[in-house]
Design a protein around this ligand. Structure first.
Ligand code: G3I
Length: 314
């Protein structure tokens, strides 16, 4: 039967999944990963902690493994992520403030340079805003200042001129203070000529709580002249699953897929891994989970059918 990736491609979009290196020893998992999706995001091993664990010593083996697998399966790759307040090595905290801009540029230059031509997008900066729209006080914000985001995008463009450059964050799927902050950032970048091509809406959502303004919000970013991607979609519930919750979840997935399909500049959707077997949710939100379209036994859930039918337009 026709896969999610094929249906998405027929609509001019991709439908992808994140993955992580430890999962690649699971052959049935890898089989579905390679067949059902036409885009892959490297879930962990492109992050600073993995790619520059020691200052100036770069390590790409694990990320290369996933990129090569994706290429073998004719899947595009989203690069995730160059600058983030989490999953960076401890030595970054010890860099003198006056040197951190150079260190950040060097990191971006090396990592985006290594993957030049192999990724369609980079999540250049991840999660830079608080819920109220102020800047998160990360090491980069504290030691470089507001300009670090623009500097990161300039460095990424120089290292890989063909990848589309994204700002990526959570809780920006609907209208609100945080989404407004990202909107203002993109608008100012556009006015100043800072190279930005897209906004990634992570979409770590909760059943029954998909914001009603998702399509309107995607549309307003598109109107600024940037693409939008749904980058880390999952829709969690309080465990255990039951039929009512599964039905709600299926409806919620349909809503998100239809919102993207309705806006030409929404280029694709990525689930944050495709199976409950490998979801990050239960370890971070105890008692919650079952957030993905395949269950822990790699069987399709009602959410799968909803995504499939929405992409197929049936
Ligand atoms: O690699 C070690 C392994 O050696 C060790 O045995 C194991 C023990 O817990 O930990 C492993 O590292 C874990 C790593 O994932 C790889 O599995 C870390 O503890 C764990 O914290 C880390 O979690 C990742 C998380 O980002 C960190 O914040 C998740 O896998 C990853 O899915 C998640 O992804 C983020 C996006 O990058 C940004 N948006 C939010 C999203 C969910 O948090």
């Amino acid at each position: 039967s026709t896969t999610l990736g094929q249906h998405a491609a027929a609509r001019g979009k991709y439908f992808g999944s994140a993955t992580d290196n430890p999962e690649l020893s699971d052959a049935p998992y890898v089989s579905i990963l390679g067949s059902e999706f036409n885009q892959i995001t490297v879930g962990n091993t492109m992050k600073w902690q993995y790619t520059e664990p020691t200052q100036g010593q770069f390590s790409y083996g694990q990320a290369d493994t996933i990129v090569n697998l994706a290429r073998a399966n004719n899947q595009s790759v989203r690069g995730h992520t160059l600058v983030w307040h989490s999953q960076y090595p401890g030595w970054v905290d010890s860099v003198p403030a006056s040197q951190l801009l150079g260190v950040m540029r060097n990191h971006i230059s090396n990592v985006a340079g290594h993957f030049n031509g192999q990724v369609i997008h980079w999540d250049v900066v991840n999660e830079a805003f608080e819920e109220n729209g102020t800047r998160r006080q990360s090491v980069f914000q504290r030691n470089i200042g507001d300009s670090y985001i623009a500097e990161a995008f300039r460095a990424a463009r120089a290292a890989d001129p063909t990848a589309k450059l994204y700002y990526n964050d959570y809780n920006i799927e609907g209208l609100g203070a945080k989404s407004d902050a990202v909107y203002n950032l993109v608008q100012s970048f556009k006015q100043q000529g800072v190279p930005i091509d897209g906004v990634g809406m992570q979409a770590h959502l909760i059943i029954g709580q998909v914001p009603s303004s998702v399509q309107q919000n995607i549309q307003r970013f598109a109107a600024l002249g940037v693409d939008v991607a749904i980058t880390e979609l999952d829709i969690r519930m309080n465990l255990p699953r039951d039929t009512t919750k599964d039905t709600q979840q299926a409806n919620d997935y349909r809503t998100v897929v239809n919102a993207c399909l309705a806006v030409t500049r929404c280029v694709g959707i990525t689930v944050w891994d495709y199976t409950d077997k490998y979801s990050w949710i239960p370890s971070v939100f105890p008692g919650q989970g079952a957030a993905l379209p395949y269950d822990e036994n790699l069987n399709k859930k009602p959410a799968y059918t909803a995504i499939h039918d929405a992409l197929a337009g049936t």
